[in-house]
Design a protein around this ligand. Structure first.
Ligand SMILES: C[S@@+](CC[C@H](N)C(=O)[O-])C[C@H]1O[C@@H](n2cnc3c(N)ncnc32)[C@H](O)[C@@H]1O
Length: 239
């Protein structure tokens, strides 16, 4: 069934989750400050994610306090890396699943245009429904495979590409890097094995015209920071 033919997905009714005690401190530790209405929208999103998770497989996390730490906080560890990304820039989250890390980023940075790419139609239908319910005017959902978008209309258009828990780096870089503009950032949320995966992906990084700028340790994992080089611009000009 195509996206257009799929009927709107009804969301279960929910009460927004309140942040656990000390969440402000956890945010301050990663250099993020969110006002109460923004935190309320984040709690609304988490409640809807956990409620829908009872009907479809969106996340292994079921406990609300874990959802704040392992989903909201983990996603928001990307926000300090977007300090130089100006209003109006475009960010794409590849393999967004239930909306992570893309939706918390879109809530924290409403000045960015955020595209969520998710290949599984049912999950993409949830994403469209939750984006509507939360009134996130800056978010677009694409129910397609990232490699198709990266080989077509969305090649090289994004200032920032994010992904979490989609694949090992040697498979993930070819899915994400083609979507980035020359000079664009590719931020990949990884765990303790980031360095091992980077070593394995060395050749792929070069083939994709990306350089590894740094790996940032966060309270919830590691973020591999890649930058798409100007070499891609030269390759594009030759085509
Ligand atoms: C393990 S889930 C992670 C979801 C989310 N990023 C998170 O951290 O909770 C991986 C998701 O990536 C999606 N996915 C895998 N390969 C993809 C591709 N080539 N294009 C778009 N989505 C893809 C899957 O459908 C799945 O929803």
């Amino acid at each position: 069934m195509t996206k257009a033919a799929r009927p709107p997905l009804p969301l279960p009714s929910t009460t927004p989750l309140a942040p656990p005690d000390g969440f402000d401190t956890r945010l301050a530790e990663i250099g993020v400050r969110l006002d109460a209405p923004v935190l309320a929208t984040l709690g609304d999103y988490l409640a809807r994610l956990l409620a829908m998770n009872e009907q479809m497989n969106l996340t292994a996390i079921k406990d609300p306090s874990d959802a704040w730490e392992k989903h909201a906080l983990d996603a928001l560890t990307l926000v300090p890396l977007l300090g130089d990304v100006s209003a109006g820039s475009r960010l794409v989250d590849v393999g967004s699943g239930g909306g992570l890390p893309g939706i918390p980023i879109a809530i924290a940075r409403p000045d960015l245009g955020v595209t969520l790419v998710e290949a599984t139609q049912k999950k993409a239908a949830f994403l469209s429904a939750v984006v509507d319910a939360l009134g996130l005017a800056n978010v677009t959902v694409r129910a397609e495979r990232a490699e198709q978008l990266g080989a077509g209309e969305l090649r090289g258009v994004f200032d920032v590409v994010t992904a979490r828990a989609v694949a090992r780096l040697n498979l993930l870089v070819p899915l994400t890097a083609p979507l980035a503009k020359p000079g664009g950032l590719v931020l990949l949320v990884k765990g303790q094995r980031a360095e091992e995966e980077l070593a394995e992906a060395k050749r792929v990084l070069a083939e994709q015209g990306t350089t590894h700028e740094k790996t940032v340790a966060t309270p919830t994992g590691r973020i591999v920071v890649l930058r798409r080089g100007a070499g891609e611009a030269r390759r594009k000009a030759k085509r």
